[in-house]
Each structure stands twice: as structure tokens, then as C-alpha cells.
Design a protein around this ligand. Structure first.
Ligand SMILES: O=C[C@H](O)COP(=O)(O)O
Length: 248
């Protein structure tokens, strides 16, 4: 399978974060949608307010590219009710996949019951609507031990409460790409963190995101066994991916 088929091509900056007008930001999103259609990416990952525009472009092109959006992004601190309402709205706009920022701060504070409740309700909503759910654990905010425990927790809750068949539509995702770390420290997916997630979350699916900026890194992640790559550098990744014997 081509590497393009594993990509969630991502544009999550708000106009304010990008330092441009709303109109210019929308243009950036639409350009990414065109790129996704042209290169056959798996999915385009955007803010919910852009879904309707992207949907129009994909429908006009009869494209199979899916639409994903983020929920409670990038901090994940909202109440479960707020998360569910935001997700519900995104589903009504036409999102196929929902990347929830899990309340990793609650997890770090030892409030495991709150995390379990959030997981159960968000997965239940997605299953009811036949959507894919991804849970961002923000690896840069966690110790290795915490990555192991939270991955195992998500796996346990999903398998025990929803079964193996539904687990095929649930991902553990490494990062938002927006976490602020100290200088020179990775803020997203690393080989080490992805190995820990893979070892402890499987058979759930796994998405590497945050800092995957070139073909070599994307390929390393795929060879580790990740199921999806989230990246705002899709063009760069596929432009370097033609002359290899990797199978991707
Ligand atoms: O969800 C995906 C990330 O936001 C992408 O992060 P990135 O900009 O470092 O590629």
C-alpha cells in the first residue's frame, strides 16, 4: 500500500494561530483538500468549522478521502458533556473520524474514573454513529510509565466495554502537535513513545502524529506497525517517497 493511504493530512491552525485572515485560512484548508484528492490521502484532518467546505470539494470530485476533526483540541480539559456536544456537532457536519484530546491532565492527577467515564461515553457516541474514535494522549506531557498505563487503560476499557469488533474503530494517537515543550525536546511522536503505545494499546489501532515531517520518519513509524500517520507535512512526505523498495 502506498504511504499516501496511511496519511491523515492535517491543517489544524486557526486563523489566529496562522496569523492570517479567516478567508486566507480557509484557502489553506481547501488547498490541502485538493492535495488530498490528488494524492489519494486517507483523510483530511481539519477544524470542525471547515468541514462543510471540504465536504463540498470532496463530493464534487467524488473523492473517497475521509474527513476528520478534533474535539476539545488541544488541551482536552473540557467536561465530558462539552466533549460530547462538540463531537455531536462535528458528526452532524459530516466528520467520519473524531480525534478527541483525552483529559490527560485528569489522568496525570490520578483521576482515573473521570478518564474511564470520558472514554466510555465518547466511544459509545462514535459507535452509535458509525464513526472512528481516536484518543490523543499527548505523549510529551507523559512519562514512559504513564504512556504505558494510559495505553493499557484505553485498551482495557474499549475491549471490555465494546468488544473486539468495535475496537477496530478506536485509535490511540500520540500527540496534538501543539504541546509546548522545552527547547530541543520533541513535542510529538517519537520512536520510543510509539513503541510503548504499540506494545500496550494493540489490538486497538495506533496513530503517530506530531513532528512526523519527512518520508524517512513516516516510513520508520509504519515499519514499527502504526496504522495511521497524522501530519501537517503531507506534501513533503509523499514527494520523497517514490524511489524506494520499502513497499510504501
Ligand atoms: O494531529 C496531527 C498533528 O497536529 C500534526 O502535527 P504536525 O504539525 O507536527 O505534523
Amino acid at each position: 500500500m502506498k504511504i499516501s493511504q496511511f496519511l491523515d493530512a492535517t491543517y489544524l491552525k486557526t486563523a489566529q494561530q496562522a496569523g492570517v485572515s479567516e478567508q486566507e485560512n480557509l484557502l489553506g484548508v481547501l488547498q490541502l483538500a485538493e492535495e488530498a484528492i490528488l494524492n489519494g490521502y486517507k483523510l483530511i484532518m481539519i477544524r470542525a468549522n471547515y468541514i462543510v467546505h471540504v465536504k463540498n470539494i470532496l463530493n464534487a470530485a467524488k473523492s473517497p478521502v475521509l474527513i476528520g476533526t478534533v474535539v476539545d483540541f488541544p488541551e482536552g480539559k473540557s467536561s465530558i458533556q462539552q466533549k460530547l456536544e462538540e463531537a455531536q456537532k462535528a458528526i452532524s457536519y459530516g466528520a467520519h473520524e473524531l480525534d478527541f484530546v483525552l483529559n490527560y491532565n485528569a489522568f496525570k492527577a490520578g483521576n482515573i474514573d473521570a478518564v474511564i467515564a470520558e472514554l466510555k461515553q465518547c466511544v459509545a457516541l462514535c459507535i452509535r454513529h458509525h464513526k472512528v474514535a481516536k484518543f490523543i494522549i499527548e505523549v510529551a506531557a507523559l512519562s514512559n510509565e504513564e504512556i504505558i498505563v494510559i495505553s493499557q487503560l484505553i485498551r482495557k476499557v474499549v475491549l471490555e466495554d465494546f468488544g473486539e469488533e468495535n475496537a477496530k474503530n478506536v485509535f490511540v494517537k500520540s500527540s496534538t502537535g501543539f504541546f509546548q515543550t522545552e527547547a530541543n525536546k520533541p513535542n510529538g511522536a517519537t520512536i520510543e513513545s510509539m513503541k510503548l503505545i504499540l506494545e500496550n494499546a494493540k489490538p486497538l489501532k495506533v496513530k503517530a502524529a506530531g513532528g512526523v515531517k519527512d518520508y524517512k520518519t513516516a516510513l520508520e513509524m509504519l515499519l514499527l506497525g502504526v496504522d495511521r500517520i497524522g501530519t501537517s507535512s503531507s506534501k513533503e512526505i509523499i514527494s520523497k517517497g517514490h524511489n524506494t523498495n520499502s513497499g510504501y
